[in-house]
Ligand binder design. Structure first.
Ligand code: SF4
Ligand code: SF4
Length: 154
């Protein structure tokens, strides 16, 4: 069953996609006229009061900060642009037996994982990409047999 996309705040998209965002004009200490290059749209970013004066990450979006290594915060979350609101980084998230994310399916059928067992399992599955119900069931069965759990996104 598909569930709504769940962002884990890993910040990867804000580092890569976030490079498309530039501040064109600073209006106040918290308000900025910006442009994003993916859709070529302008937007006004309002930094949350709690993040006023926060030091942005060195790479990526000018509104990205790190709460901890690998855990990000968007300081203008409520006013982030369309490209960020619509972005989905995965079709499927794979978790291990402890419930920790260990892989994600992106694009047409590439599994991003550092887990060697999951890599092998995925290679044995053969081509993936049709995204129909039968294919999802086949993948779910293989993941369960390997001790993993898959979460599909709408
Ligand atoms: S959308 Fe995906 S890549 Fe971006 S922060 Fe959330 S989980 Fe990470
Ligand atoms: S505006 Fe927010 S969500 Fe969009 S890239 Fe920047 S930090 Fe990430």
């Amino acid at each position: 069953m598909a569930v709504p996309f769940r962002c884990t705040d890993c910040g990867r998209c804000c580092v890569s996609l976030g490079r498309s965002i530039t501040i064109e004009r600073r209006l106040t200490g918290r308000h900025f006229d910006c442009r994003e290059a993916v859709h070529g749209e302008r937007f006004r970013a309002e930094v949350d009061e709690v993040h006023r004066g926060a030091v942005p990450a060195r790479d990526g979006c000018p509104f990205l900060i790190w709460r901890a290594p690998g855990t990000s915060t968007c300081t203008c979350h409520a006013s982030r642009p369309r490209v960020c609101r619509e972005f989905r980084c995965a079709r499927l998230r794979v978790c291990d037996g402890a419930g920790d994310e260990c892989g994600r399916l992106v694009g047409r059928g590439s599994l991003l994982t550092d887990d060697p067992s999951l890599k092998n399992l995925w290679e044995e599955l053969g081509p993936v990409g049709t995204d129909d119900a039968a294919d999802r069931e086949r993948i779910d069965r293989a993941l369960m047999a390997g001790g993993y759990h898959g979460e599909w996104y709408d």
